[in-house]
Ligand binder design. Structure first.
Ligand code: KIV
Ligand code: ZN
Length: 504
């Protein structure tokens, strides 16, 4: 029987470190449930010591999500490790992931520690984590720019101290597949040796677009755990795309020869959920999950595919869980039909969220003839999630002006049940709407990100709007969906500011 390749998902930790992503604990729990349906082996839920939000998310995921091993990142500091365990203690199976930089530049410039101090702290960190759980991962950060003899000494010491997984991060995405193969062969021979209880893992960043290629080349050198994030999100250019690894290993069994536990039919739903909750669109031509991944445009290709799909397809859309355009609702669809469609999309909402989503659906269905799968997902994930009840609700919006008159917006908002109108002006309609909304909230919020993504094509397309605001040092994101971009933008802004005042 072939060996198992462990899929370690870090969407909620490294993925969430991508600029402009600010998931609430509720949203993280929703994604974690979907990752459990995808059957990833290890789910890194966050970095418990980094913020109270992360701590809360890790501990909720540890208590509520069954299936994967739940992990928390921790620096090799006693406090971090203790907090990681505090957050993880209710998990059925918990892993503490300890890291410490080993490259000269990180040790000298960032940590200001000598190699001997780094080695000692790494060993102490792993030993401390082992007091809590027998599943401890150690990562020498910036491994690929480290001096290999030192890197190997630290990894060996970590294994002797009790680490059961040694993860080699290409933190800055510097390695090429050939470099990585050589390094991994050395790690396998000199660190793992005949210790069958130790797993060698890789964690690649995509700065040169090589993260997936590097990860796959590591398998040939004996790596049996790959770390990555859904849709490849993460710091800078992102992480290894988990869905690409899963499909590459499944499709090319002949090359990789390792088993994988993931349920590939959950890939599409997972990708779309992550995209909608993070506000990071999926590139149209993205491998496996892009809108065009199974689209055939040229006549010759269409002709071939009509005769036999395998003429131009190496995997099928169904194998990743794409259902095609089967779910279509309209203005006559009722609550039961709406609930059934959400159920088919694996979306479960609390009663109040469901009622809000249904009201939104009805409003959209009045303007648009057909509401398809992508639009339903957008509607279901656009509510004021993360808040028991939104303090401010948008009742209506009217905009006027344009080319040669100053754009003006009148936004009707209900705050704590009291309905008032606010008028704002700006350089454009969206700016005017935001000025009006600011008056209602009365807080200093700086807009740091604003994105409009069409959910479908066509003149009556629904757009999804994502905004990120900064209040003091904290960022909050908000979402809105509408066939009207100004209305969707206003909703997203209200959502973000609600989160900001709700968090106070
Ligand atoms: O990229 C990296 O080095 C990391 C480690 C903390 C594993 O994310
Ligand atoms: Zn990373």
């Amino acid at each position: 029987m072939s060996e198992r390749l462990i899929i370690f998902d870090t969407t909620l930790r490294d993925g969430e470190q991508a600029p402009g992503i600010a998931l609430t604990p509720d949203e993280k729990v929703t994604i974690a449930h979907q990752l459990a349906r995808l059957q990833v082996d290890v789910l890194e839920a966050g970095f418990a010591a980094s913020s109270s939000g992360d701590f809360q998310a890790v501990s909720r995921i540890a208590s509520e999500v069954q299936g994967p091993v739940i992990a928390s990142l921790a620096r090799a500091h006693p406090d971090d490790i203790d907090q990681a365990w505090d957050a993880l203690r209710h998990a059925d199976r918990a892993r503490i992931h300890v890291f410490m930089s080993t490259s000269p530049i990180h040790m000298e410039r960032m940590l200001r520690m000598t190699p001997a101090e780094v080695l000692k702290a790494s060993v102490e960190g792993v030993r401390r984590a082992r007091r809590y759980t027998d599943d401890v991962e150690f990562s020498p950060q910036d491994a690929t720019r480290s001096e290999y003899p030192f890197l190997i000494d630290v990894c060996r010491a970590a294994v002797e101290a009790g680490a059961t997984t040694i993860n080699i991060p290409d933190t800055v995405g510097y390695a090429t597949p050939a470099d990585f193969l050589e390094l991994m062969k050395r790690i396998y021979a000199e660190v793992r040796g005949d210790r069958s209880d130790v797993t060698i893992s890789v964690h690649c960043h995509n700065d040169l677009g090589l993260a997936v290629a590097n990860s796959l080349s590591a398998i040939a050198a004996g790596a049996r755990q790959i770390e990555g994030a859904i849709n490849g999100i993460g710091e800078r250019a992102g992480n290894t795309s988990i869905e690409e690894i899963i499909m590459a290993v499944k499709t090319r069994q002949d090359v990789f020869g390792v088993e994988i536990g993931a349920d590939t039919t959950q890939i599409f739903d997972t990708s779309r959920l992550v995209s909608q909750l993070t506000g990071y669109p999926v590139q149209f031509n993205k491998a496996v999950v892009g809108r065009n991944a199974f689209a055939h445009e040229s006549g010759i290709h269409q002709h071939g595919v009509l005769r036999d799909r395998e003429t131009y397809e190496i995997m099928s859309a169904e194998s990743i869980g794409q259902r095609g355009a089967q779910i279509v609702l309209g203005k006559h669809s009722g609550r039961a039909g709406f609930a059934d469609a959400l159920n088919n999309l694996n979306i479960s909402l609390e009663e109040d969220e469901f009622m809000q989503a249904f009201a939104k659906f009805k409003a959209m269905a009045d303007r648009k003839l057909e509401i398809g799968e992508d639009e339903l997902r957008a509607i279901a994930t656009s509510g004021p999630s993360g808040l028991a009840a939104a303090e401010v609700e948008m009742v209506g919006i009217n905009v006027s002006g344009g080319h040669d008159t100053t754009p003006t917006a009148v936004v009707t908002l209900s705050r704590g049940g009291v309905v008032s109108e606010y008028t704002g002006q700006g350089g454009g309609m969206v700016h005017a709407a935001f000025s009006a909304i600011r008056q209602c909230f009365g807080i200093e919020a700086r807009l740091v990100d604003y994105r409009v993504v069409p959910v479908t094509a066509g003149a009556d397309a629904m757009a999804e709007v994502n905004v990120v605001v900064r209040v003091g040092d904290i960022t909050y994101s908000g979402k809105g969906v509408s066939t009207d971009v100004v209305e969707g933008s206003a909703e997203a802004f209200v959502d973000a500011l609600n989160r900001a005042i709700g968090a106070k």
